[in-house]
Design a protein. Structure first.
Ligand code: KG4
Ligand code: ZN
Length: 335
């Protein structure tokens, strides 16, 4: 018999993502983003995001079904991000998922957004080795996870104590006069600069934990740039971007490999929007090679928030025999 068709719904932040998978085969991945509506505020505005999800939901579901060449009635299960994320934004996805599951008479799976960032890699690189270590870095989260089994057991080893890595990229970009979201612009600008031009601080570098801190770095960059401006000197944007980026990816890769060593794990996965960063990919590969660790990074379209990741985890829950959620499940912003 065919494996079940799973529809995945993601609305935890500013992307309305609808994905469809059969087993671990990706059939559709439609994303509607409200990022441009947030750009003039320099960050995601929750009210704007919720409204945009509401407007995008039906057309994005239709687009995904069209991509897959399917009808709505073909869907066998519905998975949705139950948390963590923006409360109002999550609520739109959870309400839609309940309505779809109820209308179709199929099971509903409320899933954890972070576990879904891990599960999505299976669509591209096949079954995830058990256990794996996952480094998730985006505008909303920076976490190290031990993943014995993505469907049943995901353990948090550490996370940021202040800003998320992507948030630091976005704030530093703003200081440098680059557009929102700033990560890709810093990545590009850094290509023409030197990562060792300015010695910016690396928070929690040697503190023995697997936590991160980026707000001190962000402040140090802002002070450095202000000092230049006050002195009437030009700001070397490429060098500042490269040196900031080097500080972030140095800490991220150092702690990820410390986690691998501490838990004797030989497989590292990096996901989330910041995983698109070219220097992060290069340094992670270099340090993994040196440590005998295999590195998996999903392609950029699967790293940023999307519905395929939710469908992938939903499908993994179905095949692992995990019980569906009740139709009463809440959206839980701190899940
Ligand atoms: O996963 P994502 O699309 O959304 C969430 O935040 O959940 O991640 C977006 C974040 C933004 O902060 C953006 O600046 C960052 O990922 N980002 C990057 C790059 N591409 C996106 N940061 C560094 N380098 C990049 N190439
Ligand atoms: Zn995310």
């Amino acid at each position: 018999a065919d494996e079940p068709l799973v529809l995945g719904i993601e609305t935890s932040c500013d992307e309305t993502g609808i994905g469809i998978v059969r087993g671990q085969t990706l059939l559709a991945n439609a994303v509607a983003s409200s990022v441009e509506e947030h750009a003039r505020f320099g960050g995601v505005v929750p009210e704007v995001a919720s409204r945009a999800h509401l407007e995008a939901m039906t057309p994005t579901v239709e687009r995904a079904l069209e991509q897959a060449g399917l009808r709505f009635s073909d869907i066998d299960a519905v998975a949705v991000t139950a948390g963590p994320g923006l409360a109002g934004a999550l609520l739109v996805g959870v309400a839609a998922a309940k309505a779809y599951a109820l209308g179709l008479g199929v099971p509903l799976y409320g899933v954890n957004h972070l576990a879904a960032h891990v599960a999505v890699d299976q669509l591209e690189h096949g079954p995830l080795p058990k256990p794996s270590i996952a480094l998730l870095v985006s505008g909303g989260h920076s976490s190290l996870l031990l993943v014995p089994d993505v469907a049943r057991d995901v353990i948090s080893l550490g996370s940021t104590v202040d800003d998320a890595a992507g948030e630091a990229f976005d704030k530093v970009a703003r200081v440098l006069g680059l557009p929102f979201p700033g990560g890709p612009h810093i990545d590009r600008a850094a290509g023409a600069g030197s990562g060792s031009a300015v010695a910016f601080p690396r928070g929690k570098y040697d503190d023995g934990t697997l936590d991160f801190s980026f707000s001190g770095l962000k402040t140090a960059v802002a002070r450095w740039v202000e000092a230049k401006e006050r002195a009437g000197e030009p700001v070397p944007v490429a060098d500042v971007a490269a040196s900031f980026q080097e500080a972030v990816v140095d800490v991220l890769t150092r702690k990820a490999l410390q986690a691998c060593e501490r838990y004797d794990v030989k497989d590292l996965l990096i996901g989330g929007g910041v995983a698109a960063n070219s220097r992060l990919r290069a340094l992670a590969q270099e340090r993994c090679d040196a440590a005998g660790v295999r590195l998996r990074v999903p392609r950029p379209g699967l790293c940023t928030d999307n519905g395929a990741m939710i469908a992938a985890l939903g499908s993994e829950l179905v095949s692992s025999g995990v019980s569906p959620s009740s139709l009463e499940i809440p959206a839980d912003s701190s899940l």
